[in-house]
Design a protein around this ligand. Structure first.
Ligand code: 7PM
Length: 278
C-alpha cells in the first residue's frame, strides 16, 4: 500500500479488522500464545473478508495506562514477523501506534499503513512517516485516554474536529507527507459525549468534504451502551448499523471487530449504490 487511490477507487467501502495484541485480550499470559492467537485471528478476519488488518499493542481505552516502547514492540513485532513470513497472507496491515519507534519497526516488519489516535503529534512521528513513505490515518482525540471521557466539551464538535484534522493534515503535508497518503478519522468515543458522537456521525459528510478519505471506528463502542444499555457482547447490530450510516455519509474505511457481518453490510450498501436503475 504505497498510496491511497485503491481506497477511493474500491468498489465498496473497505473493512479494517481490529487485531488487539494486548494482555487484556490474551489474559492466559505468555507472549508465545498471544502471538499465536493474534496470527490465527488475523487469518480468520481475512477469511471473513477483511481488506486491512489493524495491529495494535497499546490499549487506548478510556482510563488505560501508558505502555513502554519495548513492551509495545514485544507485542506487535512477533505478529508482524509471522504474517510477513506467510506466503498466503497478502492483506495490507496497519500499525495502530503513536510511537515513532514502533511506527518504524512495524513498517520495516511489513506494515504498510500507520494508524495513530494521536495524529502524529509525538515528537518525530511526522518525520518518521515521511521517511517511510507510508499512508497515515490521523485521528481526533480531545484530552488523553486516561481522562478524556471525564467531561468532553465543544462549542461545535463537527467544526472543531474538522479544524483539528485539517490542521494536522497541513502539518503532515508541510513535513513532506504526500496529500494522497493522508486519511482522517473523527475519533468516535475519544473525548466525546453521546451527543458529540451522534452529531459527528450525522454530519460526517462535512468531514468528508475536507477532501481526504475518512476512516471511522464505531465498533462496539460505549456510545451503544449509553444508547441501548447493552454490554459489549450485544453491540453487533448497532455497530453494523452505525457503519452503514457512516459509509452513507462518505466514510471509505470502517474499523471493526465483526468483520464477516460488516463486510456483508458493505456489500449491500455497495449493491444499492451501484444499482443500474432504469
Ligand atoms: C477500549 C475502548 C479499547 C476503545 C479500545 C478502544 C479507534 C482507533 C481505537 C478509532 C482509529 C476501539 C478503541 N479506536 N483507531 N483505535 N479510529 N483510527 O474501539 O476509532 O478499538 S481503540
Amino acid at each position: 500500500m504505497r498510496s491511497l487511490p485503491w481506497i477511493t477507487a474500491a468498489s465498496r467501502p473497505l473493512v479494517m479488522g481490529i487485531l488487539n495484541v494486548t494482555p487484556d485480550s490474551f489474559s492466559d499470559g505468555g507472549q508465545f500464545s498471544a502471538t499465536e492467537r493474534a496470527v490465527t485471528q488475523a487469518r480468520d478476519m481475512v477469511t471473513q473478508g477483511a481488506d486491512i488488518i489493524d495491529v495494535g499493542g497499546e490499549s487506548t481505552r478510556p482510563g488505560a495506562e501508558a505502555v513502554s516502547v519495548d513492551e509495545e514492540l514485544s507485542r506487535v513485532i512477533p505478529v508482524l514477523d509471522r504474517l510477513a513470513a506467510d506466503p498466503d497472507f497478502s492483506t495490507p496491515i496497519s500499525i495502530d501506534t503513536s510511537k515513532p519507534e514502533v511506527m518504524r519497526a512495524a513498517v520495516e516488519a511489513g506494515a504498510t499503513l500507520v494508524n495513530d489516535v494521536r495524529a502524529l503529534q509525538a515528537p518525530g512521528a511526522v518525520d518518521v512517516c515521511q521517511a517511510l513513505q507510508v499512508p497515515v490515518c490521523l485521528m481526533h482525540m480531545q484530552g488523553a485516554p486516561r481522562t478524556m471521557q471525564a467531561n468532553p466539551a465543544y462549542d461545535d464538535v463537527v467544526q472543531e474536529v474538522g479544524d483539528f484534522l485539517r490542521a494536522r493534515a497541513a502539518v503532515c503535508e508541510a513535513g513532506g507527507i504526500a496529500r494522497e497518503n493522508i486519511l482522517l478519522d473523527p475519533g468516535f468515543g475519544f473525548g466525546k459525549s453521546l451527543t458529540h458522537n451522534l452529531c459527528l456521525l450525522k454530519h460526517l459528510d462535512r468531514l468528508a468534504d475536507l477532501g481526504y478519505p475518512l476512516l471511522v471506528g464505531l465498533s462496539r463502542k460505549s456510545m451503544f451502551q449509553q444508547l441501548l444499555d447493552v454490554p459489549v457482547s450485544e453491540r453487533l447490530v448497532a455497530s453494523v448499523a452505525a457503519a452503514v450510516l457512516a459509509v452513507s455519509r462518505g466514510a471509505r474505511i470502517v474499523r471493526v471487530h465483526d468483520v464477516l457481518e460488516t463486510v456483508q453490510a458493505m456489500q449491500v450498501y455497495a449493491a444499492v449504490e451501484h444499482a443500474n436503475c432504469p
